[in-house]
Design a protein around this ligand. Structure first.
Ligand code: BG6
Length: 456
């Protein structure tokens, strides 16, 4: 059997995309609540109303057969305006207990794109004080939930938060400020890992970036160099910092050329060097392809796509790959295997895939069915490659596709669905938010029941 008995077959969500209850029980607004929604898409106020449906949802996760549920904790519920909120603690205590009572391993992310608005207004991550606020918040999490959590993820897709902050947070900052803010996040993460390790909590802690292998457009040596540069900038900058406690030298070169080298104190260097990750969680949706730069820059389009840095690389279409309907992301299951090998070769740490999935419009039929064979095909092809990666020696202990239930996409609304469970609402009509099991629900249940043996 490729997949061990304790392999964590799971599924994923994030707080602001699924919970709703955006200002209830003492919650503060997050940066996601205060930015205007993208044209034609809903806001995050109700989302899938998971805050009020969590018991029903966990019962569905149990029926689905999940061994793990990867979710995020809303900083804005736990520490609105910097003060501990007992009702926020209560919600996640209840959720974690409910999961455990159903034999589902809770895998929380500390921070998933939803910075408290009060911190955002004071400069967000560009303000060094946000490091302290994050550390205090982490201490509260570890103290309250640390006894029942084995795997903590620090920051979801810090790399995408940096490269797509215009999309994800509505920020328009210079490269210089972007990478100063990024540096503060890296220090905050290292301080969280320090707290966790020094507190002798019973589990492990690691980062959760979005990692994708990068192909050179052609066999030209210059294209290979461009691929290495893009990979260093997009991937290794973030993982080298989390695992080695240092900046990647090629990424650093790009920062120098962009005039974006951050200010780093001796204390920052020390805390990063001494406090590193126990495992790596990574999200994978697509691969990237680049060629050598011709000096003409094109702007970043969304959080998955490649872009250009003059003098280093520019994004290219990969003619060998189909693309998704939404946003034209390349679909590349073998790329998942390539990516897993690259990460494991570099870092030799246990890996878990914390996001992977297909966003599509789904149709609810009159008899309450959703025939999402396209999603099954996508997941099957990725699981097959994941299986091969494990057989080839990668230490991979779990797979949590995005998403456990339908939720709101980062910027393409509710109509872009990823879930195993259909939530009956549209962008502008909440209906009754009733849950329906999609065909992929029954298929994934079979995959889990057979320990990945039956992928048909
Ligand atoms: C990842 C994020 O970037 O991809 C999720 O961690 C996000 O929050 C997911 O929802 C899919 O992207 P999108 O833009 O389709 O929602």
């Amino acid at each position: 059997m490729t997949f061990k008995d304790n392999f964590l077959w799971g599924a994923s969500t994030s707080a602001y995309q699924v919970e709703g209850a955006w200002e209830e029980d003492g919650k503060e607004a997050s940066v996601q609540d205060i930015r205007p929604p993208f044209e034609g898409t809903t806001d995050f106020k109700i989302a899938s109303d998971h805050y009020y449906h969590y018991k029903e949802d966990v019962a569905l996760f149990k029926e689905l057969g999940l061994k793990a549920y990867r979710f995020s904790i809303a900083w804005t519920r736990i520490m609105p305006h910097g003060k501990v909120n007992p009702k926020g603690i209560q919600f996640y205590n209840d959720l974690i207990d409910e999961l455990i009572a159903n034999d589902i391993e809770p895998i929380p992310t500390v921070f998933h794109f939803d910075l408290p608005a009060s911190l955002h207004e004071k400069g967000g991550w560009l303000n060094r004080e946000t490091i302290d606020a994050f550390t205090e918040y982490c201490q509260v999490l570890f103290d309250n939930f640390g006894d029942r959590v084995t795997y903590w993820q620090t920051i979801n897709e810090q790399n995408m938060l940096v490269f797509a902050s215009r999309v994800l947070e509505g920020n328009k900052t210079s490269w210089k400020d972007t990478f100063q803010g990024n540096h503060h996040m890296l220090v905050a993460q290292a301080r969280a890992m320090k707290l966790y390790h020094e507190g002798n909590y019973p589990g492990k802690i690691g980062p959760a970036p979005n990692i994708s292998c990068v192909y050179p457009k052609t066999e030209r040596p210059e294209d290979m160099l461009a691929a290495e540069y893009f990979s260093a900038f997009r991937n290794w900058l973030f993982l080298d910092a989390a695992v080695f406690g240092t900046y990647n030298h090629m990424a650093w070169r790009i920062l120098e050329k962009l005039d974006a080298v951050p200010e780093i104190t001796a204390e920052d260097r020390q805390v990063m060097k001494e406090n590193t990750a126990d495992f790596i969680a990574f999200n994978y949706y697509n691969s990237s392809t680049v060629s050598a730069s011709d000096g003409k820059e094109s702007a970043a389009k969304d959080q998955q796509d490649s872009f250009a840095i003059p003098g280093f690389f520019k994004g290219e279409k990969n003619e060998h790959l189909q693309t998704t309907t939404f946003a034209n992301w390349p679909i590349d299951p073998v790329g998942l295997r390539n990516t897993a090998h690259q990460i494991y070769s570099r870092y030799r740490l246990p890996l878990i895939i914390t996001e992977n999935g297909l966003g599509q419009r789904d149709e609810l039929t009159a008899d309450g069915k959703i025939h999402d064979d396209y999603r099954i095909d996508y997941l099957r092809s990725h699981i097959e490659q994941m299986q091969q990666a494990i057989e080839e020696g990668v230490e991979l202990f779990g797979y949590c596709p995005w998403s456990a239930i339908d939720l709101i996409s980062t910027h393409e609304g509710f109509r872009k669905r990823y879930g195993f469970v259909y939530v009956d609402r549209s962008d502008f009509d909440l209906k009754e938010l009733k849950r329906y099991k999609k065909d992929s629900f029954y298929w994934y249940n079979k995959v889990i029941r057979t320990g990945g043996q039956d992928l048909k």
